[in-house]
Ligand binder design. Sequence first.
Ligand code: TRP
Length: 365
Amino acid sequence: MTARCRPDQGTAKLALRFHFATTDLPMTSPDSSGTKKRIFSGMQPSGEAHLGNYLGALRRWVGMQDDYDCIWCIVDQHAITAGGDPSETPGNVLDLAISFLAVGLDPEKAIIFVQSDVPEHTELAWLFNAVTPVGDLERMTQFKDKSQRFDSIPAGILNYPILQAADILLYKADAVPVGEDQKQHLEMTRDVARKFNAAYGETFPETEPLIAKDVGRIMGLDGEAKMSKSLDNTIPVLAEPEDVWAKVRTAVTDPQRVRRDDPGRPEVCNVFTLHNFFSDDATRADIDAQCRAGTIGCVDCKRRLSDNIADAFGPFRERAAELHAHPERVREVLDDGAARASAIARETMAEVRDRMGLDWRSAIG
Ligand code: TRP
């Protein structure tokens, strides 16, 4: 099913530069039977990807594509769990698709598609309602947080993890690369699989979460919360160099450093954490020493970070510009991805319907 890999110099160079860590994966691949393990992951479309998406997920996904049978999904139905703006959703999906392709997700190596193009996701989610206790859904941390924002809580907020379980199990994924914040949703997915298998016979695997160990906590530029577009504490991956600088310039550094010659503590500085991803060893050692000695100011340190981020994102901007000029290429990729995802989804659903007795014709014989 996976097409031949195309040698991609650009990606290989970036891979080196960003020290892609795939060593944290517990599974060897391909497995002893010679088939690759299947990986599924999803991202909500809220427009162009940002630095947090890139460091926390996309960078890692790109590095997995040669070793695993990968499926990358733009989860537009999750994005409208509580409604959403119909005039913005299509553009947000297109922009995220362009970001996916620009950073190096590769349709020749992986399936890239949009959730709502494969209606089996919602069909399976409905059937999973039968094996999911409401109490478990109400105990989810994310539900408790999100539900507080509503006077009348949309059922979608409660049922969100069921759709996520359906996303993953529809493809019988062996593993899912996710951030720490998704651990509970993966646990729920495993519960759903276990309960379904117990009630209707062995059908689904117990999917493993692949939580990156090397990334650590990457804070937003405000130094207060996780990077998110809505908090405006991040940088779009396709930002022009001057826009990267406008953002990096505002980043919060070691609060104990007030004057330029105050000695700094790189280990508590979020800007220094970002240097870990974008600057080479010599630069980091130099900045570390000068920051502690109070001989480099935060502005100079940020300038170097900003230049390195803008350089690293350069190839992404080029690829994105090309795709913006030829959106029909994006459509082709997503249409093809949906067709390939559908083929797998239909197979799983035939099995699930059979197991659940949704085949009235069998009563006639
Ligand atoms: N809940 C995930 C998030 O907010 C997005 C998501 C939806 C997902 N379905 C998924 C992630 C399936 C992994 C696998 O980040």
